[in-house]
Design a protein around this ligand. Structure first.
Ligand SMILES: [Zn+2]
Length: 221
């Protein structure tokens, strides 16, 4: 696990499974809560963040599921006594995809996991005022995709709404392109200093213009 500090209270934990697959998880050390943006696939991805935060303060954890895909949510079941937050539609999507995701990806399974669903869901937006953290619905990669914005440090986590490599910045989309574009425009309005995504490197907000440009080119060709 590689840990990269990207602000006073923002840390990216990157798990490398092989040369072509890595997973970025994020920890925000808040005043009231500590926020884990995607617990990952097991104790080996979740516990380094729990341990890292626990030596800094004793705040309760808020676990966020950016969307229902297996690599972001398997470790939900290993979370003790924490609230797990997602979009409303994530519950149904996890339930529907669970068996398939285990069968297809069991080579990545290190600890036994069972399905654990989010315990707090929202539709459009959820805000933690004390910590200046906003969660908001940003469909595109999946219908249930949400993003997390740290207003204090202008760090934005878009889940998998950016593609997996520096060249491939548009992700696989379950939603149509117009819906995805609206989510990218929501990002632009925030003017983030740094953008974190599930499988790419941290980026500046210029990537949003590149995405919008590529969407425009694709739709006119
Ligand atoms: Zn995904």
């Amino acid at each position: 696990m590689k840990i990269k500090q990207v602000g006073t209270r923002n840390f990216i934990f990157t798990y490398y499974d092989s040369e072509d697959w890595d997973l970025n998880l994020q920890l925000i050390i808040g005043e009231k809560y500590n926020y884990i943006i995607d617990p990952g696939i097991g104790a080996h991805t979740l516990n380094p963040m729990i341990n890292f935060a626990s030596v800094r303060n004793q705040n309760p954890f808020i676990i966020i599921n950016t969307h229902y895909h297996w690599d972001h949510i398997w470790a939900n079941c290993l979370v003790k006594e924490a609230t797990i937050i997602s979009h409303r539609s994530c519950i149904e999507a996890i339930t529907r995809d669970w068996e398939r995701s285990i069968q297809k990806n069991k080579v990545y399974l290190k600890d036994p996991v069972e399905m654990r669903l989010p315990s707090l869901v929202f539709e459009e937006r959820l805000e933690f005022f004390e910590d200046r953290i906003i969660l908001f619905h940003t469909p595109g990669h999946t219908y249930d995709s949400i993003s997390v914005y740290d207003q204090a440090e202008q760090v934005l986590n878009v889940g998998d709404n950016i593609g997996d490599t520096p060249e491939l910045i548009i992700p696989e989309l379950e939603c149509n392109v117009d819906i995805y574009r609206d989510s990218v425009l929501k990002y632009k309005a925030l003017n983030p200093k740094m953008i974190i995504s599930g499988h790419n490197q941290p980026m500046k907000s210029e990537v949003l213009d590149r995405i919008l440009g590529e969407l425009a080119t694709n739709s006119s060709s």
